[in-house]
Design a protein around this ligand. Structure first.
Ligand SMILES: Cc1cc2nc3c(=O)[nH]c(=O)nc-3n(C[C@H](O)[C@H](O)[C@H](O)COP(=O)(O)OP(=O)(O)OC[C@H]3O[C@@H](n4cnc5c(N)ncnc54)[C@H](O)[C@@H]3O)c2cc1C
Length: 385
């Protein structure tokens, strides 16, 4: 990219360069194999943990970085999803989306003993909100927690839970009160809790190297301190947590678009048709102008959002709009990149073919385009007056 950014500090450039080196040496050469094996080896989780990428917003005494930085979060999101298989980011990402509520609400003993293990990548954690009955309508979730004796009993089911097949700890949204958003609480559930079982959701369109699980809670017994955060106020915490997940996914789309740009450009410079390189056909060259404009726009939007967050504000509507903009841009970019590859784009193993299979999880997961547009207009107040 040629545009200069006032937000690219030397520290940030160094963080990106470090990450790029790690991904070039440890991830990119292996990601194809991990996709085929449906698994990312455990030592990679730990190596990433050592780079600090799970520790944003986590105090040092709990194993974290001791600071938060939305720019660095996005740099990690972009590079990890742009590595050739965005499922890699998901494979290690269950902990990324579940540590926020742990830091805010988990008991001190958990934060001192367990959280550092999660942040270091030695054990896994996952966020369990979606249920078979629906994921968009979080306020209507049905998993129920009831007080029994000194503790809680959990009954219900969660599905599509990223990292859930192997995770050691779960942050689970469950109903503790009446219907609607005012009756939801968060629970911290260990994988060995009595009454807890899980199965893989099975084969998927993409994100092959990451796992997603269905979780079953059948009279699952939990101690009193499993309730984290204020009772019946979990909905707000879930919504707050979504902001970071959506920010990371927007950055992920940026990384995937960059991958489309570079791999299609390499191809267009090499491939010859009608006596000249593909890139020398004006129609093809112009596609790169369109693709790079989408990339620049997404990057610029993200940086403004990050800057706003760094000032202490949470631009909820803009995060929603940016994620929708990014998934739509990704759809356009992947389509154009495939067009440039021609028939080669239709073969498994082509980097853009995989991106194509990963578009929809970005457009649906973490809040679908429809739901995010809806939240954006409500946050912007356009329905009032
Ligand atoms: C690979 C993968 C990983 C995931 N990881 C996790 C995870 O780690 N944790 C977790 O909790 N969840 C996870 N999810 C679930 C994800 O968040 C949900 O799929 C998503 O929120 C949508 O919910 P749903 O699939 O139940 O669709 P539904 O809620 O049933 O919606 C179906 C469709 O209808 C649209 N729709 C719904 N309501 C409205 C409305 N009012 N107006 C207009 N359109 C509407 C939606 O946008 C969607 O397009 C994952 C999903 C996938 C595919």
């Amino acid at each position: 990219m040629t545009l200069k950014s006032p937000f690219m500090t030397p520290e940030r450039a160094e963080f990106r360069a470090n990450l790029e080196r790690f991904f070039a040496a440890e991830v990119r050469p292996n990601v194809e194999t991990w996709e085929a094996e449906r698994h990312v080896p455990h030592d990679i989780h730990e190596k990433l943990g050592a780079l600090g990428v799970f520790g944003f917003g986590v105090p040092e005494e709990y194993g974290g970085l001791g600071f938060d930085d939305p720019f660095l979060r996005c740099d990690y999101g972009e590079i990890s999803s742009g590595c050739g298989a965005s499922g890699f980011a998901a494979a290690v990402g269950g902990r990324v989306i579940s540590v926020g509520p742990m830091v805010r609400f988990a008991p001190e003993a958990f934060k001192r003993e367990v959280l550092p293990e999660i942040i270091a990548g030695r054990i896994g954690s996952a966020l369990a909100i979606t249920e078979p009955g629906g994921g968009s309508d979080v306020a209507n979730l049905q998993t129920r927690a009831e007080r029994r004796g000194n503790g809680w009993v959990l009954n219900g089911c969660k599905t599509f839970i990223t990292g859930g097949v192997e995770a050691d700890w779960f942050v689970v949204g469950a109903r503790t009160g009446g219907p609607g958003l005012a009756g939801i609480s968060l629970f911290l559930v260990p994988a060995e809790a009595p009454g807890f079982t899980r199965t893989s959701i099975g084969d998927k369109m993409g994100w092959h190297c990451s796992d997603q699980a269905t979780l079953y809670f059948d009279d699952c017994e939990l101690p009193a301190e499993a309730l984290i955060g204020p009772e019946n106020k979990g909905f707000l915490a879930i919504m707050g947590n979504f902001n970071y997940e959506r920010l990371g996914m927007t950055a992920g789309c940026l990384g995937m678009m960059r991958l489309c740009f570079t791999s299609a450009l390499d191809w267009a410079r090499e491939r010859r048709t009608f006596g000249k390189r593909l890139i020398d056909h004006q129609v093809i060259a112009h596609k790169f102008a369109e693709i790079s404009a989408r990339i620049d726009l997404t990057e610029a939007y993200l940086e403004r959002i990050c800057w706003t967050m760094a000032q202490g504000d949470m631009p909820v509507a803009e995060i929603c709009k940016a994620k929708v903009q990014a998934t739509k841009a990704l759809e356009f970019v992947a389509s154009e990149a495939m067009q440039i590859f021609g028939g080669a784009a239709y073969l498994r193993g082509n980097p853009v073919e995989r991106v194509w299979r990963e578009i929809k999880v970005m457009a649906i997961g973490g809040g679908s385009e429809e739901i995010l547009r809806d939240l954006a207009v409500r946050q912007m107040g356009v329905l009032e007056g």
